[in-house]
Design a protein around this ligand. Structure first.
Ligand SMILES: Cc1ncc(COP(=O)(O)O)c(C=O)c1O
Length: 420
């Protein structure tokens, strides 16, 4: 592993584990490794720390600790909420989500469709927002659950969760929200928003990967997804991962403490990055509404280039960013989020997401801004997509395209998931 300085602008994919989190976790890997369910003191001691972490995670979303179910990740939390709602309403075979959800929902929806359920994927407007009237019209007597993300991981666009919850409540349909991208960026309050289920994933807030949580509103019936022991008040089997849960608790405290920094300093860095790109690099456009939006996320289309090529060149300079593209059988599919927003395939393929975080500095943004214009103009000069390029008739467009696809495929095989 290289020790080179990393310019990390991919905080929506995952975040660096905070030193405070590592410090909080260590004793539970070395000294206090007991099982929280054990009947002796060594187990009770660990259980007290489990309770303490649960209270901290609950405080992050203004929930009661009893409403928190620890899971393995955000994906499991989303699957578990939907699974529970369907299992408890066997007569209801319809669910609603959106076309711009994370694959944790989209793929689970497709899985359910293969089992005979009907899934409505709500469309979005060109700025990534949803039409609440369409949601209202889509809810049917046989709708078992509505699952809509709080904020989009690719564009940062924030959905009106309180209004969505109110619509679902008025129709007596449980509402789940995937809030994985929100901690430390938005103020979260399950009481005032009135959601029934909410998912979080610890690795998006400076804790390790492999730990998540599902908020289950008090008195909401719940059918476990992972069936086994009596852990988590019978709502999720499996011995609790104490070091990671303790880390999650510490990270939740930090997320509340850094909310201001994210909304002032990080927002200003993001805005400077975005405005400078849009002003100084021609044929660029922001994808998604300017507001309401996560303060750290900027998704920009660079016309006439392939995002994969931009990312490869950034990678050579130790700059990490991402695209929402998915590589299937050697060709690069444009992001389903940008496609749902009706971007042309060319524009969607040329879109790059920059997601900042509390560890980013002004110098890092300067470095990125110093490198990016050169990369874009180099790529545009040779781009077969650049129909306006005066030399384009000299290119063998087919061959250039093939070569580029091969290079993209090669980079993808070593780097499977581009977006998270
Ligand atoms: C919006 C959203 N939902 C769900 C997930 C999945 O979370 P996890 O990686 O913890 O399974 C992610 C991130 O990958 C995400 O961005």
């Amino acid at each position: 592993m290289s020790q080179q300085k990393l310019y990390y602008f991919d905080n929506n994919a995952t975040t660096r584990v905070a030193p405070e989190v590592v410090e909080a976790m260590l004793p539970f890997l070395t000294e206090f490794w007991g099982n929280a369910s054990s009947a002796y003191q060594f187990g009770h001691q660990v259980k007290r720390h489990l309770d303490d972490a649960r209270a901290k995670v609950a405080a992050l979303i203004n929930a009661d600790p009893k409403e928190i179910v620890f899971t393995s990740c955000g994906t499991e939390s989303n699957n578990a909420a939907i699974h529970s709602a369907l299992a408890l309403h066997p007569g209801r075979r319809h669910l609603i989500t959106t076309a711009v959800e994370h694959s944790a929902n989209i793929k689970y929806g497709e899985f359910l469709q293969r089992r005979g359920y009907e899934v409505t994927y709500l469309p979005v407007e060109s700025d990534g927002s949803i039409d609440l009237h369409v949601l209202d019209q889509s809810i049917r007597p046989d709708t078992a659950v509505v699952s809509i993300m709080w904020a989009n991981n690719e564009t940062g666009v924030v959905f009106p969760i309180e209004e969505i919850a109110a619509i679902c409540r008025s129709k007596n349909v449980p509402f789940h929200t995937d809030a994985v991208q929100t901690p430390g960026k938005l103020k979260l309050d399950v009481k005032s928003t009135g959601v029934d289920f909410l998912s979080l994933s610890a690795h998006k807030l400076h804790a390790p990967k492999g730990i998540g949580m599902l908020y289950v509103k008090r008195k909401t019936k719940f059918q476990p997804f992972v069936i086994g022991g009596h852990q988590e008040r019978g709502r999720r089997g499996g011995t609790e991962n104490i070091p990671y849960i303790v880390g999650f608790g510490r990270a939740a405290e930090l997320a509340m403490a850094t909310l201001d920094d994210e909304n002032t300093r990080v927002r200003a860095l993001r805005d400077r990055l975005e405005q400078t790109i849009l002003k100084t690099i021609p044929n660029t456009v922001r994808n998604g509404a300017k507001e309401p939006r996560l303060p750290n996320t900027s998704n920009i289309a660079f016309d006439f280039v392939e995002a994969e090529a931009v990312l490869m060149m950034l990678d050579q300079l130790s700059i990490c960013a991402s695209s929402g593209s998915a590589c299937t059988t050697g060709s690069v599919d444009p992001s389903h989020v940008l496609t749902a927003m009706n971007l042309s395939p060319m524009r969607a393929r040329g879109s790059v997401r920059f997601s900042l975080g509390i560890y980013n500095t002004a110098e890092e943004v300067d470095y990125l801004l110093g490198q990016l214009p050169g990369i874009i103009s180099k790529l545009r000069a040779i781009s077969p997509l650049n129909t306006a390029h005066p030399d384009n008739d000299k290119f063998d467009l087919k061959a250039a395209r093939k070569k580029h696809n091969e290079a993209s495929a090669q980079s993808h095989s070593s780097q499977d998931a581009v977006t998270a």
